[in-house]
Design a protein around this ligand. Structure first.
Ligand SMILES: [Zn+2]
Length: 306
């Protein structure tokens, strides 16, 4: 399994309230061929407050995978796909190796498919949701690998989540890794090393106890089904709740002045009638950013007309 580095964004106005249903995985390419436009650069962009009205869960280049948001966060990358998919950006920087970046993306997608029990038919292009020509190079195949080839590599995954083989103390291999990954996602402290040793046995028993299952230490069908459900339902829910709460807090006084200016400008432009008197003192961050965004879009549209 490819190592996933976490650089989680703690403060953002680039996600929606609620929890991602995770029915799909959406594949993107960054479309930024500049030197240095790698995964770290894109992760930093998200950490530092993306100027674009966008966000995504993972960015992948030829060297690493970096996670920016909990899988359960509703990021802004795929229109109506936002509420039900995990977004992955593949870097296309000219100083990176595209084939290797795609290889890392495949490894990541396999982990996510197994983690959330998703079939390969649930791996889709950004284009699927919005019609945009993204992922550009995978769509036209000009960099040596096309979409069908990408999908075929997901098919022969050696980690399948569909069957419920019993895993037990002493077992080793990818299926053990898969369930270690799920236990970790469910909030248990465990190494993802592919070995079902004493530490894992203890964790499995704890999980069974916590979920009202028979405490036998065997990872059989019941335990696996329950674990799959737990992972899908509560993974990082706390973190998402915190972000959501943050967005719904009233704007701090330092930003209230900004908001008042924004309102005044909008009012002058005829964007608001007198009925929409500034209520900046009770305005939440979400309302503020929504307003800011709609004004920016309006400005852009006006410019196009001119
Ligand atoms: Zn895209």
């Amino acid at each position: 399994m490819v190592a996933i580095k976490q650089q989680l964004v703690k403060r953002t106005n680039r996600i929606s309230a609620g929890k991602n249903l995770i029915n799909y995985i959406t594949i993107h390419e960054t479309a930024n061929t500049n030197k240095g436009a790698n995964a770290q650069a894109h992760a930093n962009l998200q950490s530092n407050g993306n100027s674009r009205e966008a966000s995504w869960h993972y960015q992948v280049d030829d060297k690493q995978v970096i996670q920016s948001f909990s899988d359960l966060a509703i990021c802004w990358h795929a229109g109506k796909g936002n509420r039900q998919s995990i977004g992955i950006e593949i870097c296309v920087n000219q100083d990176g190796n595209y084939a290797k970046a795609v290889g890392n993306a495949i490894a990541l997608v396999k982990i996510l498919m197994a983690r959330y029990n998703l079939n390969v038919s649930r791996v889709v292009q950004h284009n699927f949701w919005t019609g945009k020509d993204c992922p550009h190079f995978l769509r036209n195949g000009k960099k040596g690998i096309n979409w069908n080839q990408f999908k075929s590599k997901l098919n022969n995954s050696n980690i399948s989540a569909g069957d419920y083989l019993v895993l037990k103390y002493g077992d080793v291999g990818d299926r053990v890794k898969l369930y270690q990954d799920k236990l970790k996602c469910a909030g248990y402290k465990i190494d993802v090393d592919g070995s079902f040793g004493p530490a894992m046995l203890k964790v499995v028993k704890q999980f069974q106890k916590d979920n009202g299952l028979a405490v036998d230490g065997y990872l059989g069908p019941d335990t696996q089904k329950t674990l799959n459900k737990v992972v899908k339902d509560i993974k990082n829910a706390k973190e998402v709740d915190e972000l959501t709460k943050y967005m719904d807090e009233v704007l701090p006084p330092t930003q209230q002045k900004d908001a008042a200016d924004l309102f005044e400008k909008a009012h002058k432009d005829g964007y608001f009638s007198d009925n929409h008197a500034p209520k900046t003192k009770t305005m939440t961050r979400r309302q503020y950013y929504d307003l800011k965004e709609s004004l920016e879009i309006r400005e852009k549209l006006n410019k196009k007309v001119e």
